[in-house]
Write a protein that binds this ligand. Structure first.
Ligand SMILES: Cc1cc2nc3c(=O)[nH]c(=O)nc-3n(C[C@H](O)[C@H](O)[C@H](O)COP(=O)(O)OP(=O)(O)OC[C@H]3O[C@@H](n4cnc5c(N)ncnc54)[C@H](O)[C@@H]3O)c2cc1C
Length: 465
């Protein structure tokens, strides 16, 4: 296994369970890849960025269960939204069966007008009629989500205060650069086909702590986890991987090699011979990347009661109350303080902005959204910009995403960017890992299934699906 992110870890754990001796090599000093946490020089534990999961992420849930971390994810049934005028709305399943379970909270969603709601309801009906798939999603090259919405005559308010809010956070890309297939899928799997797909899971520990069980799972079956071990080259002979090379020219060989790297890193490692044998490795540069910015605020007092809130029409998209989520009043060891983490997906506009400008902008928005913050003292702040946070789910991107099996013998790929049908998410990464493990086992004639089924449709939706 090369790469200790969720894709590499899930492949490793699955193969170890199948009886393989897994040797995992990760370049950094910790596991988790992009979904990890680390300690700042002042001793503060911070997530690379807040990560959330949804009820419909069945493979991630299965993976957390296998490694003993399922209990470290808190699930919430109520999602709260707030606009700059202070109007709030929520999404919470009521008594009705799917697909009507959100009707009550949708009807009372104050930031949307009646016309906005009517247009949204019509689009949802279209998704339902197509059982999660509308005919125009199959147009060659794909269509953008914005185009899909325009074809369904969505009001500007519906686009700005509903579709954009949910989808930019879920898919890390602007609507005009997102393949509508991913957008429609979010609503079908998360909000329409069943009552629980939308429930939001938030870790109650720093992200790196979720992966303690992976090392144990791999080691108890004779494997090993090696940190600070970047692979520098891949050697291919007679159409098969012969070895991987580390610093100092050290080489290691194996029966099967799973490369679970981000796609830009994989593109760099792929040499001309590899691209000749497996042309898809030469096309990885066609997959773009999209940024996410995380802003961390430590206040001297409590400024927020809710565990999280989504802001509408501001640069800041989400505020997470890390103190509450970690189950401490602070998070920084200060008696009455509070630690908040803000998330801005598709944060192209912030990439060039200086750190202090981002802090000032976000602080103003936090003070507007949470009046108690106006009287609080900001003790410290950190900005973490991830320019290549995810692959960009641009229209037609799936044609560039390679399968986990390759034409080079012994070489398998994993990573959220490989062909999983899912966007760049932790769920997508684990799906890729399970698919890679299945491909390895198939290649030696001992097939086994790891991939979990989607949540089944329930309520009225189950009748016609
Ligand atoms: C800021 C941010 C916020 C996000 N928020 C969410 C969210 O809320 N929900 C969600 O589901 N997803 C979210 N994501 C996406 C999610 O983190 C990723 O989709 C997922 O973690 C990708 O896992 P991976 O294993 O495919 O890749 P990575 O996590 O990138 O793992 C690849 C690993 O390979 C290692 N590596 C690279 N080169 C080498 C080498 N040469 N040798 C050895 N090792 C190497 C890297 O160090 C890394 O550990 C977010 C991502 C970011 C960056």
């Amino acid at each position: 296994m090369i790469g200790g992110g969720l894709a590499g870890l899930s492949t490793g754990v699955a193969l170890a369970e199948a009886g393989w001796r897994v040797r995992l090599f990760e370049q950094r000093p910790f596991l988790g890849g992009r979904a990890t946490s680390y300690v700042l020089p002042d001793g503060e534990h911070v997530d690379n960025c807040q990560h959330v999961t949804l009820g419909c992420c069945t493979n991630l849930e299965d993976f957390y269960r296998r490694i003993g971390s399922a209990g470290k994810i808190k699930f919430f049934d109520r999602l709260l939204f707030q606009d700059p005028q202070g109007r709030t709305g929520e999404m919470q399943a009521g008594m009705l069966p799917a697909p009507f379970h959100m009707t009550g909270s949708f009807a009372g969603f104050a930031p949307l007008t009646l016309a906005d709601k009517r247009s949204i309801a019509m689009a949802m009906l279209d998704i339902l009629r197509g059982k999660g798939h509308t005919a125009d999603l199959d147009e060659p090259g794909g269509i953008s989500m914005l185009e899909w919405l325009k074809r369904r005559k969505q009001t500007p308010g519906a686009i700005e205060r509903f579709w954009r809010v949910v989808l930019v956070s879920a898919l890390d890309e602007e609507l005009d650069r997102t393949d509508a297939r991913f957008g429609v899928d979010v609503f079908w799997k998360g909000f329409l086909s069943n009552r629980t797909g939308y429930r939001m899971g938030v870790p109650s520990v720093p992200l790196a702590e979720l992966y303690d069980g992976c090392k144990t799972e791999i080691e108890k079956r004779g494997g090993e986890v090696n940190l600070r071990m970047p692979v520098r080259a891949i050697h291919v002979e007679n159409g098969a991987v012969a070895a991987v090379e580390f610093d100092g020219g050290r080489r290691e060989s194996a029966d099967a090699y799973v490369f679970a790297l981000p796609h830009p890193a994989m593109a760099e490692l792929a040499n001309e011979e590899m691209k000749r044998l497996e042309p898809r490795l030469g096309e990885l540069d066609k997959i773009g990347v999209a940024p996410i910015t995380g802003v961390h605020f430590w206040f001297d007092r409590e400024v927020m009661k809710e565990p999280f809130v989504t802001l509408l029409e501001t640069t800041t998209q989400w505020i997470f109350n890390k103190s509450a989520l970690y189950g401490t009043r602070n998070g920084a060891g200060k008696e009455k303080g509070q630690y908040l983490q803000l998330v801005i997906s598709a944060s192209y506009d912030l990439l060039q902005k200086p750190r202090q400008e981002i802090i000032d902008l976000c602080l103003k928005e936090v003070q507007q959204a949470l009046p108690a913050a106006k009287n609080a003292k900001l003790l410290k702040a950190t900005v973490i910009k991830e320019a290549a946070a995810t692959f960009s789910p641009q229209p037609g991107v799936d044609r560039w995403r390679p399968t986990q099996e390759t034409r080079i013998r012994g070489m398998f790929l994993a990573g959220d960017w490989t062909a999983t049908g899912w966007p760049a998410t932790m769920e997508g990464a684990v799906r890729s890992g399970y698919l890679a493990a299945e491909a390895v086992l198939r290649s030696v004639g001992t097939p086994r299934k790891f991939l979990q089924a989607d949540l089944p449709a329930d309520g009225f939706v189950a009748w016609f699906c």
